[in-house]
Write a protein that binds this ligand. Sequence first.
Ligand code: OGA
Ligand code: MN
Length: 293
Amino acid sequence: MTMSIRQAGPCFAGEVSGLDLRTPISPDDALAIHRGMDEYAVLAIRGPVLSAEQQMDFTLKLGEIEHAIGTSLRAPEDYRWPTSFADVSNLDRHEKPLPRDDRRRLFAIGNRLWHSDSSFKPTPARYSILHGLSVPSKGGNTEFADMRAAWDALDAETQAECEGQVCEHSQMYSRSLIGFTDFTAEERERFAPVRQTLVRTHPVTGRKSLYLSSHAGGIIGWPVPEARAFLRDLIEHATQRQFVHAHEWQVGDIVMWDNRQTMHRARPFPDQEPRDMRRTTLAGDGPTAAQAA
Ligand code: OGA
Ligand code: MN
């Protein structure tokens, strides 16, 4: 089978065909995936449901894992998967949808805000690889925004204002936007802000992109209200329809995105229907900015 990619979104996002992830992919296929990610920034691969081992094998063919420890409000005894996977489902460990007012569910609703994965970690994520194990009867799309196109479309004056700026990112900030503020002392420490540059340059293509995320709650050296208003304007700009692609999930889909060049968000769905999504994440190369001492 020969692998090929066709464009699926407005100015980015590709759909891969001719790749069966139940068997190990070849080094050539891995290279073609990386090239496709460099170009399209989001790739969808339709196919049968994969075991956790098959998803992990595929992921490790592409790079090094970022572990999902301490990034959600799931306690270790709630984990449905090893910590090398992120559980992006709405299910408890008995496979039942979490109650509407469950704290873990409400925290996870933060995924409905535009974000880039792990921008709240000193070394943020490279790719996220999300596998659809069950999908709800309606809603629940994942939307992606192309942050390179968004950068290109900014006027020169705004680009100059962005260059060199460093933002503070924390999951506490994104959650406060939706009124989730009751963090424990341990969580406040765990979710302490980290620094990220506002403009990134892709290491292979050299294209610049806006590095935005709803986790960003400040710009170093700026008054907070001014920084937040500026970041809000940028997110509004970057998520206009012409920069956005929506993925409509089918069971068995793998959707992977480059967190360095895109933002994404989950869309709502009927809360008592299972939506089971299992994510592996590739680690980034290193910090994008020097951290506070
Ligand atoms: C994620 C995420 C969106 C979704 O897995 O990082 O934000 O649609 N998922 O579940
Ligand atoms: Mn995410």
